[in-house]
Ligand binder design. Structure first.
Ligand code: XMP
Length: 510
């Protein structure tokens, strides 16, 4: 077991960022709701505990509280924003409600040297987002930094190793935020960093071998980052006991099936991988269907059917491997006091097939999945692929999905991706796609009037797909993409660029 830092979540949007920063420092961290029972905390045996920020006010009725047992565990504690206020309030200090919420950059002045500030300049920029503030500190604490608006911007009880900061060290806008977190982990808590991707690969290899014994494992390989890294990981761990099934539902990008097979042969030689061309079956199932949710359901149901049929042909299968990653399983704290668990894609499959799950990436954030893929020898072109939805082009063809419409969209989509790659923009954006609209419009080609399809280009920037903004592509690039699509793709005579952000729009159109 690795040296572990426990992050108790009080509902801040930034909690995952704290966990990632801690891991980037080489220390394994887990996020749990602030309501985590004491016995579970003890079982985790954390080397330090970080209390996250949160949207509530400590003073309002029903606000999440501090589990005071953690104060007696002899473990260093770091309260961030709400976490600091909670410590102050519970240990006998006083909070004051501010007239205005302070949001944005502030100039932090160190007023007392402590381990937390080691190698930091006396003045630096930090990022604030808070309403309440600490007005009087509990006994044993000293103010260790201030800003123009806050006398107590940070506080410490060095004896008990309890620290609090009002600002957010986890965000990049805090100039020395990473150094502050590292000082807490290494100087204050004295933790030895032992979380590396190579140690993760070694341990997971052993764990998977123990888990599956001599049984076989099936995996639905999609060609996306997560399932590809799972394949590489399990190929290394159990070799011939892994059976990958790649279902081509006919709604993939142009030449995608060949690319997936070629990549597998090149980077995972010897992998058991079967491609099933089920495109006719999917097209037949989608005939006449225009409702987006119905399309999704049909595609999902057929996928499971095809996968089950193929898996049924393999003997001694007891396990289903899945590319579940940490953000899918984090139990975070919702302000109403309920614990929510987010769900992932392959609903119902393991239960239906009576298979046990193998989820080798369950502990990893996406950037760690990529690092593992890199260590396992996968190329950047695979590791940095844009996300692609399970139902594929099925949800990018508005209206009925037909073989002809799939082809039109594949051609247009391929031009967009090619141009983004050639111009260096592919890696600068989160996702890029083309939507085939259910409208025809009038155009003119040569001397002739045309009446053809319109397509929309959708290119967005995002960090987690929860929010997104449309990418400001250079207009000459947009012009080139549009000209190429209209000239090269038969059946398209109009290209529009989607300039909506999420929310209120979504990334996909269906
Ligand atoms: P939206 O359209 O909800 O998309 O803003 C957010 C992200 O999720 C992807 N997406 C899907 N992925 N099955 C998937 O596996 C789906 O049904 C699905 N719908 C949307 C989308 O591509 C984007 O990355």
């Amino acid at each position: 077991m690795h040296n572990t830092v426990l992050i108790l979540d009080y509902g801040s949007q930034l909690t995952q960022l704290i966990a990632r920063r801690v891991r980037e420092a080489g220390v394994y961290s887990e996020i749990h709701p602030c309501t985590m029972p004491t016995a579970d905390i003890q079982a985790l045996a954390p080397k330090a505990i970080i209390l996250s920020g949160g949207p509530a006010s400590v003073l309002e009725p029903g606000a999440p509280t501090l589990n005071k047992d953690i104060l007696n565990m002899g473990v260093p504690i770091f309260g961030i924003c709400y976490g600091m206020q909670l410590l102050a309030h519970n240990l006998g200090g006083e909070l004051a409600t501010a007239k205005n919420r302070e949001y944005g950059p502030a100039d932090l002045k160190i007023t007392k040297q402590t381990l937390l500030w080691q190698n930091l300049p006396a003045d630096s920029t930090v990022w604030m987002s808070h309403g309440d503030r600490v007005a009087a500190m509990p006994t044993g604490f000293e103010a260790i930094a201030s800003t123009a608006d806050l006398d107590i911007a940070a506080m410490a009880d060095e004896q008990r190793k309890i620290y609090g900061v009002q600002f957010h060290p986890e965000v990049h806008h805090t100039a020395h935020g990473t150094a502050i977190l590292r000082n807490f982990l290494f100087q204050v808590a004295g933790i030895t960093p032992d979380w590396t991707m190579s140690s993760f690969i070694e341990e997971t290899t052993e764990r998977v071998r123990r888990q599956v014994g001599d049984s076989n494992v099936v995996l639905a390989l999609s060609g996306g980052v997560d399932s590809t890294v799972v394949a590489a990981m399990l190929h290394r761990a159990i070799g011939g006991q892994l059976y990958c099934i790649f279902v081509d539902h006919g709604l993939l990008r142009l030449n995608e099936a060949e690319t997936v097979m070629d990549n597998a042969a090149k980077y995972m030689p010897g992998l058991n991988l079967k491609m099933v061309d089920a495109s006719q079956r999917f097209l037949a199932g989608l005939k006449g269907v225009t409702d987006p949710e119905e399309k999704r359901k049909i595609i999902g149901r057929l996928f499971i059917e095809v996968f089950e049929e193929e898996a049924g042909k393999i003997s001694n299968v007891k396990f289903l491997a899945q590319g579940t990653i940490y953000p899918d399983v984090i139990e975070s704290f919702a302000p109403q006091g309920t614990v929510i668990k987010s769900h992932h894609n392959v609903g119902g499959l393991p239960e239906r097939m009576h298979l046990e799950l193998v989820e080798p990436l369950r502990e990893l954030f996406k950037d760690e999945v990529r690092a593992v893929g890199h260590e396992l020898g996968l190329p950047d072109s695979l590791i940095w692929r844009h996300p692609f939805p399970g139902p594929g082009l099925g949800v990018r063809i508005l209206g009925e999905v037909t073989a002809e419409r799939v082809q039109v969209l594949q051609q247009a989509d391929n031009i967009l991706i090619e141009e983004l790659r050639d111009s260096g923009w592919y890696s600068k954006v989160w996702q890029a796609l083309v939507v085939l609209l259910p409208v025809k419009s009038v155009g003119v080609m040569g001397d002739a009037r045309t009446y053809e399809n319109a397509v929309a280009l959708r290119v967005v920037n995002s960090v987690d797909a929860m929010t997104a903004d449309w990418s400001r592509l250079p207009d000459d690039l947009l012009a080139r993409i549009s000209t190429r699509i209209i000239n090269e793709v038969q059946g398209v005579n109009r290209v529009v660029y989607d300039i909506s952000s999420k929310p209120p729009s979504t990334i996909e159109w269906e």
